[in-house]
Design a protein around this ligand. Structure first.
Ligand code: ADP
Length: 628
């Protein structure tokens, strides 16, 4: 019989499993049982529409057999089974998207540094059995088709031959590795060890996991004589954690459930449980992770909650249950109000799912606000991790959800030097302050040095420093909070000067109209003017119109052909010596004036983080002026 090689992408993963650098080998059993449970779900689900399949729900089970002599563990299920082709496709290649992501991760530096604990972040599936086995045999039978056996020692590929099995289902035999000085595999042949692993990882599996175990009980009629018997027992309680009374489940159990199911090392930041009885009844456990999953900001990330119908999983990631802005939430929803018969396409349109989704959304919202109220530090941690998505939620769908989300927002406050809510900003507004001020830039330090910030600070008004690319779009969508408008400090019409100052500046601008016009014509700006908004700095840009300079930067940095331009005003400090110098040069030396103008313009660009078109020319100009 010809040996087949594993697909190359699977090989590296297999190598890792065989040489098993991962410390937590125990998980192999969880993975096999989870596959068996999926196979039972699949069969049961199919049988609801295909009566030929003749399935009795109470006969569906998983069986474990230990054999100390042969050093084997068998995991047997009477689920959907696999035919020859499926054995080949499913076990010869990496099937799981998580496994694929894992493989990609293995090529990164982190993995090369042998920081291998990352394995736990992925569902490594069937291959994890090679951590403990030197050989694996999988005999499987699908419906009326012939049984086949897939055999592999991992290294040299696999073979498939005719198998010997009468009943539908899959039987997996692990030939355990020999013990070494460092590692003990024999413990997996002990009943108590298997029992412990099932309790820990697979207790809530909704099918019985059975094993023949040695039991000890008092002999009939005797008070001290025990008899030992081998008996088939069910090891798992089969009650999913969300179906147990909330008061009986410890925090640790919720945390363990979360970590096992979602392959996280850290406890969730928050666990939300909810149980609703009424027109639509359901139970849900929702988790907010402490950290964003490794693929959260990639296209590969799929949002969604696992959807169960009375304990049987219908869908692993039902995306209809979560809005995009809460896509970080993980969890399970179980309802009796969905018929298992329903097709997946239909499911997406059913009222029940929509009602549950709506309830869950407002539940998450409420819990987040509660966290904000009761545990600010925790909330800040949450917002730093997942806030971008919420800000995006305000801005997307034409602002449809902005009212729901506005109180969840936080921005960096110049005064408090930490994130605050819009409510906190408004509560601390000064007498006479009309707007909510903000400034954008790459970092809070950089923003703090912006010349435009000075005039607002001088009034003792707080400023929100926006550093996330979506921030300004988010505030533009909101337009106002608590009837207070948002104002960009770089907006040309801030109107913070006194009337006296205004008159003075107006006169200065009128008197020098020709000079300013001349500068404007020679620079790439919409206006040049003397200003009072600058205190110590010589020059800056402000903008008029809807597009701010920061938005110009963000949009132009996007990988589309579209470019936009803000309408810029070059503001020159009316009280700075440079103003007099410009006036003088206008009368005496226009060529020299243009050199000064170019330098000032470039300075404003640099302050805003805009590219200077010709840095070489700028460098030459500066030296020319310096050496005069
Ligand atoms: P995953 O379970 O995440 O898809 P695995 O590598 O664990 O990845 O399994 C690959 C595939 O093999 C599964 O998707 C399933 O189709 C099939 N499979 C594994 N175990 C069984 C089983 N006990 N019965 C039927 N099919 C199975």
């Amino acid at each position: 019989m010809k040996k087949k090689q594993f697909k190359s992408e699977s090989k590296r993963l297999l190598d890792l499993m065989i040489h098993s650098i991962y410390t937590n080998k125990d998980i192999f059993l969880r993975e096999l049982i989870s596959n068996a449970s999926d196979a039972l779900d699949k069969l049961y689900y199919a049988s609801l529409t295909d009566k030929k399949l003749k399935v009795k729900k109470d006969k569906l089970e998983i069986f474990i057999e230990l054999n100390k002599e042969n050093r084997t563990i068998k995991v047997i299920d009477n689920g959907c089974g696999m035919n020859k082709e499926e054995l080949e496709n499913n076990l010869g290649t990496i099937a799981k998207s998580g496994t694929l992501a894992f493989k990609e991760m293995m090529n990164t530096d982190k993995a090369k540094n042998k920081d291998i604990d990352i394995i736990g972040q992925f569902g490594v599936g069937f291959y994890s059995a090679f951590m403990v086995s030197k050989k694996i045999e999988v005999t499987s039978k699908k419906d009326d088709e012939e049984a086949n056996t897939w055999i592999s020692d991992g290294v040299d590929g696999y073979t498939i031959k005719k198998g010997d099995k009468e009943k539908r289902g899959t039987e997996i035999t692990l030939y355990l590795k020999d013990d070494t000085e460092e590692e003990n595999f024999s413990e997996y042949l002990e009943e108590f060890k298997i029992n412990e692993l099932i309790k820990k990882y697979s207790d809530y599996i909704s099918y019985p996991i059975k094993m023949e175990v040695l039991t000890r009980s008092l002999k009939e009629g005797s008070k001290e004589d025990y008899e030992e018997k081998r008996e088939v027992t069910t090891l798992n309680s089969m009650v999913p954690i969300w179906k147990r009374p909330q008061s009986e489940v410890t925090d640790e159990e919720y945390n363990d459930f979360y970590k096992d199911k979602y392959y996280d090392f850290e406890n969730p930041l928050k666990t939300i449980t909810t149980s609703v009885e009424g027109m639509t009844s359901y139970k849900a456990i929702l988790f907010i992770p402490s950290k964003a999953p490794y693929d959260f900001y990639t296209k590969e990330y799929e949002k969604g909650l696992s959807l169960y119908s009375n304990g049987v999983m219908i869908m692993d990631k039902c995306k209809e249950l979560l809005p995009d802005y809460f896509s970080f939430v993980k969890g399970v929803v179980d309802t009796e109000d969905l018929s298992l018969n329903i097709s997946r396409e239909m499911l997406q349109q059913t009222k029940t799912v929509q009602v549950i989704a709506k309830n869950i959304e407002s539940k998450i919202n409420k819990e987040l606000l509660k966290m904000q109220e009761e545990n600010k530090d925790e909330y800040i941690k949450f917002f730093e991790t997942f806030g971008t998505g919420i800000k995006f939620g305000v801005y997307s769908d034409y602002g449809m959800n902005k009212d729901k989300l506005k109180d969840l927002l936080m921005f960096y406050s110049a005064k408090n030097k930490k994130l605050i809510t819009l409510k906190e900003y408004v509560e601390n507004m000064k007498e006479g302050q009309e707007a909510i001020y903000y400034a954008s830039g790459a970092t809070t330090d950089k923003i703090d040095k912006l010349p435009q910030v000075e005039q607002v600070k001088e009034k003792d008004y707080d400023i929100l420093y926006l550093t996330d690319y979506v921030d300004e779009f988010c505030l533009n969508t909101l337009m106002e909070y608590d009837s207070k408008k948002f104002e960009n400090v770089s907006n040309g019409k801030l109107n913070l000067e006194s009337d006296e100052e205004k008159d003075k500046t107006k006169k200065l601008n009128d008197d020098n109209k020709d000079l300013l016009e001349y500068l404007k014509d020679n620079l790439d700006v919409n206006e040049v003017r003397f200003t009072n908004i600058l205190k110590s700095h010589p020059v800056c840009f402000t903008s008029k119109g809807d597009i701010s300079i920061e938005m110009e930067k963000v949009i132009n940095a996007m990988p589309t052909d579209e470019t936009i331009k803000s309408e810029k005003i070059l503001e020159i400090n009316a009280n700075h010596k440079i103003a007099d110098k410009l006036k003088k040069l206008y009368k005496e030396d226009k060529d020299e004036l243009l050199k000064y103008a170019k330098i000032l313009y470039s300075e404003a660009c640099l302050i805003e983080g805009l590219p200077v078109e010709d840095p070489t020319e700028l460098s030459n100009l500066i030296c020319e002026v310096m050496t005069k």
